[in-house]
Structure formats: C-alpha cells, structure tokens
Design a protein around this ligand. Structure first.
Ligand code: C6P
Length: 410
C-alpha cells in the first residue's frame, strides 16, 4: 500500500538533490533534524521580504500582518495537537526550552522526599532539568528501566506512589525507537496525583497527536524535527496547569503593567513569551504544519512503519550487527540505532558518509541509556517522509560494504 508518494515529495526538498562524496545523498539523520520543503523556505523569505515587523506591538499594517501570521501559526499548532485552546500553546525555542520551563515549575512545587519518575531512555533534555529541580528541592529522581529493549511498564508502575509528583517520558525514544504508551502512563500518573509530561520531540513529527486524548499535562516538541526551522517549538500545557505556573522569562511582551517595584503578567499564552519571539520561525513552522497536515499524520506514520518493516529484517540479518530497542518492526518507530561488531560507530558513520549515506553516531544525548546498554555509543539511521525503499537498500548495501572494507575483504 502506498501511503505517501515519497518520490514526488522529494521534489519539494531541494537539498536532497545533491551528490555527497560523488554519491546521491541519502539523508537518514532525521531524528537530529529534518530537511525543509520549499513551502517552508519560501515562507521565511516572503515574511522578511513582505511582512517583517515586530508582533503585538505596532498598529501599522506590517505589524498587524506579522501578528496575524504569528497567531495563525499558533492556531495551526493547536489544531495539530488537538489542544482545547490557543491559550494552551506556547511558542518556545524547542523541546529543550519546554522541558526547562517545566523544570522551573517543578522547582516551585517539589518538596524534600517528593519524587520525579522518568525512564532510563530519556534524552538529556528530559533528565537534567529534573536533576536540577531535585537537587534544589531535595526531591528524588527515580528511573524506570527496560525489558526486551522497551520500557518496563511493571517497573514504572512499581515506582509510582503518592510521593511521585511528576512523571516525564519520551513518547518515542531517540535511540531505542520504541513507542511508549504515554496515554496509559498518564492515567497511572494521575491516579497518584502526579503531573504527566510527554517529550514529543520524536513522536509529534511522525504520528497523529491528540493531547486531549493522551490527557497529558504537558507536551513538548521541536519545529526543526518536523520540517520547520530551528529555534522554534511548542510547549503545550493544560490551561489550568499553566495558570498555576509562573513565567520563566521576564521582560517585554509578557507584561500587563510594570510598576517601580513589581509587575503583572499578560494572560495565557503571552505571559510565557518574553521578548521578541522567533516570528519568522513560528510563521514558517505554520507552513510545515500545513505540509504535514496535507499529507495526513496517519499516512506519515504508516509510511515510516512500512520502511521499518522493510529495512529492520535486512539489518538484523547482517552478521555482527546489533539493533537496539524492540526487535519486532511493529514495535519500532523510524529510528534505528545499531552497532557493528568490532567497529567504532564513528568509523561506521564516516564510512557510510563516503557512500553518501548520512547517519548519526555518538551517545545521542542519552548517556544514562548508553551506559545502561553497556556500550559507549551507537550509529543511528532515522527516516522521514521523503525516504524510500531505495534509501533503505542503499543503507544496507553501504553497511555491508563498510564491514567488508574494515574486515579487509573488500
Ligand atoms: N534529539 C537527536 O539527534 P531540541 O534539541 O530541543 O530540539 O530537542 C531535544 C530532544 C528532546 N527529546 C528527545 C527525545 C530528543 O530526541 C531531542 C533531540 C536529537 O536525537 C538531537 S540530540
């Protein structure tokens, strides 16, 4: 079944049409950042050429146009996430900013002996803000571990108690590629009175998201991982929770009145958006959301699942290659981390680059997980809407060639 016409889609991505080391580029580093379609690039150019002005300040025509376009993007993000209201949709610089803001909220409410429950697979951006909040308040950071390459739900459940005040998990791991049942976990978190935070950096670009259905208290995402520019993201928060939360940054834009000794804040969502925001970025992110919505997020997800079902068994069949995370393609999102026996992942990534295949290698900003897996790093291929089965074939071919080269059989 064809869910997306990737060959047609590729025509919107000028960057993909190039040779790297004399080979056609096969871009498989989408979990780090995705490429941008012409529609997004044009939007940035148009904004600066036609509408450029600051938002929420001027009454002149350009300022009104810029403000309208910026707020229209917020509405697009609301619809994409199915949030109840645009009051719940805050523009940030990305997932990391969103998680840091939540961490600051946690610092206000955590007490000694309270607990924050995360998992061992979390990205540093979903670890360090909690380490800091716990260090400052005396609360304890507790980890749920793995079973069969995925989250051990029984372990997570056993660590939930009335002491747990926050549960914070990636919906999709940027290393294991497993999809965590965050809707079920939100239910468990709420049973003990904890807030549920979902790190959607690797899920929002790849599958339909409905924050009301998930019933999470917070959801974070990064625009650059879903066709948008860098430096823009979304923090979703339930309105009643955001109302309890203090602004994290202070200055222009977010105030109602400022007196000599104190100030009052604007209403949601603007109370969190201090200073001149990334206006062009937010507007271009709106164009990215339009692009994805047009494709249909169900189709995006189905396309990637199809690629994984195609490539995972081929990778697993390569002698000496270890794939991390779930081994069944049905449980594995389009992020595949692997190692080749006896080879350093940086050498593997460099050798693949000679073949035009771009993958990431390293600890993937998930050192606690990498340590837990007993490795020092891994290579990782990650897929998106413009990747094809031919890209998968090229990856497999290039890995086999790399093995043969280093084994001296080529
Ligand atoms: N992971 C990767 O190559 P920012 O940098 O704020 O846009 O996203 C941070 C982040 C948070 N959570 C998860 C699950 C992530 O994967 C990332 C970013 C990239 O895996 C860059 S390290």
């Amino acid at each position: 079944m064809i869910y997306l016409d990737s060959k047609h889609i590729r025509q919107d991505f000028p960057i993909l049409d190039q040779l790297v080391n004399d080979e056609p580029l096969v871009y498989l580093d989408n979990a780090a950042t995705t490429q941008k379609p012409k529609q997004v690039l044009t939007k940035i150019k148009e904004y600066y050429e036609v509408d450029n002005a600051n938002v929420h300040r001027g009454v002149h025509t350009l300022a009104e146009r810029a403000t309208a376009a910026y707020e229209a993007s917020r509405e697009k993000a609301r619809a994409f996430l199915n949030a109840k209201s645009t009051k719940e949709v805050l523009f940030t610089r990305g997932t990391t900013t969103g998680l840091n803001w939540i961490g600051r909220f946690a610092e206000e409410i955590l007490q000694p002996d309270d607990e924050v429950l995360i998992s061992i697979m979390e990205h540093h951006s979903n670890v360090i803000p909690w380490q800091e909040a716990c260090r400052k308040t005396g609360a304890k950071l507790v980890y749920a571990y793995l079973k069969d390459g995925q989250l051990d739900i029984d372990d997570l459940r056993s660590k939930l108690s009335s002491r747990t005040k926050f549960v914070s998990l990636a919906q999709v791991s940027n290393v294991l590629g497993c999809i965590n049942p965050v809707k079920k976990i939100a239910e468990l978190a709420h049973e003990v009175g904890a807030y549920m935070v979902v790190d959607g950096a690797q899920s929002a670009p790849h599958m339909p998201i409905d924050v009301q259905d998930l019933d999470c208290d917070f959801f974070t995402l990064s625009g650059h991982k879903m066709l948008g520019p860098t430096g823009v993201g979304i923090l979703y928060g339930k309105e009643e929770v955001l109302n309890r939360m203090s602004p994290v940054e202070f200055g222009g834009e977010m105030i109602d009145f400022v007196y000599e000794q104190e100030a009052t804040w604007k209403e949601l969502p603007w109370k969190f958006e201090a200073g001149t925001p990334n206006i062009a970025g937010a507007i271009a992110f709106g164009a990215a959301l339009d692009y994805l919505t047009e494709l249909g997020m169900d189709n995006v997800h189905a396309h990637e699942q199809e690629l994984v079902a195609y490539v995972l068994p081929k990778l697993q069949a390569i002698p000496g290659l270890t794939v991390y995370g779930p081994q069944d393609p049905a449980d594995h999102a389009g992020v595949i981390a692997f190692n080749l026996e006896g080879l350093h992942p940086h050498d593997v990534a460099t050798a693949l680059d000679y073949e035009g295949v771009a993958v990431r290698a390293g600890h993937h900003c998930a050192q606690p997980l990498i340590n837990h897996l007993g490795i020092h790093s891994a290579a990782r291929a990650s897929f998106y809407i413009y990747n094809t089965q031919e890209d998968c074939d090229k990856l497999v071919e290039a890995i086999i060639k790399t093995k043969e080269f280093f084994n001296g059989t080529l």
